[in-house]
Design a protein around this ligand. Sequence first.
Ligand code: FES
Ligand SMILES: [Fe+2]
Length: 410
Amino acid sequence: MAISREENDLLTRVESGAPMGEMIRQHYWLPAIPSDKLEADGAPVRVRLLGNNYAAFRTTDGTAGIIDERCPHRRASMLLARNEDNGLRCIYHGWKLDVHGSVTEAPNQVGNQRKFCENVRVNRYRVEERGGIVWVWLGQGERAPLFPDLPFTRVPADQVIVGCQEVATNWLQGVEASVDTSHVGVLHSTNVALGAKSSGRVHMTKVQAPVLEFEDRPYGYRYAALRDLGNGKTYVRLNNFVMPWFGVICAPEEGANANVFFSTPVDDTTHRAWIVQWNPSRPLGVSALMRGSDSWNWPPLPPGEPENNWGQDRKLMKMGHFTGFPQSFATEDFAMFLGQGPIHDRTDEQLSSADGAVVRLRRQLLKSVREFMDGQAPELADNPELDYATAVSVGGVIEEGGDWRGLAAD
Ligand code: FES
Ligand SMILES: [Fe+2]
């Protein structure tokens, strides 16, 4: 599927009223900030989404809130506000905003304070806190979209860990990588080999050209990457793409930890790459993945600039490291996104048989944004059959020619 310039813009642009940004704002919940970054009565944190700035904070009683960064009075930054007594008090003239963004006090107004406060125009956003993440719905109207209660949002807190990092490229580059199964055994081959005890990881490096099969689902699609093991068996990785940005990735084998990747648009040329590690049945324990890390700033970005090839370590490559980015497997991904440029030009690609998942996700995003532009709710966001909990991804070995759909049914 060749992408035109117009389609590339439609897919990638999210700022200043761009249709994709508006579609996402109205029809999807956005992951905003890891829960552990907000402390009760602590400093508000700036969250930038779809080209706008917000202040995220946690009130005295522990409730998380997200409001516009600018004070409704004379637009001072609420990041500088005092966080006290269940609300943010702007330090300029003392207006107080509650967790919903409503003004509760306006001390520099004479007369009926309550009436005055009620009449101040503010944006109120719905906030949910699940799976170690504070989520926000930035749309308008009473009817919020269905919350994406993916399996990782439904497990106890000790079974899920979240990290995210701001990357200086358009969001779609990140999303595409999360469904791009054929890069795993190449770009991440050193990392995969380091975890060599896992049979699934071994299969992934051995067969680098999996056969892909797809099935549309009410939330997006699922796809099976089939690797012929040459012994009458097939290694299957059954993964899900959940609109508009979730790559729900199976564990390499049963009982192991699984990942969910998503890349949310900060603005046209910046995204936040989220990595969730979780286990459906047991606590993660001391997770090597996230040890000692800052959930707002992890995994690490490549250590250099374009001028020095983003800090790639050629010496390490001579010694056997495949990419020269030993910081984290995600650092390897970030280096790829940065190398593609601020907004990847999809008009000039030459795709292979392994790119079916990428093509399909573009098609679903384009379909949704076009429905939105026609004044309809996108089918993939507003389907009565929509049930995010069914986006279950599994890996396993089946008999050659067997049906991979049976894997998810177990
Ligand atoms: S600008 Fe915030 S109270 Fe005046
Ligand atoms: Fe990757």
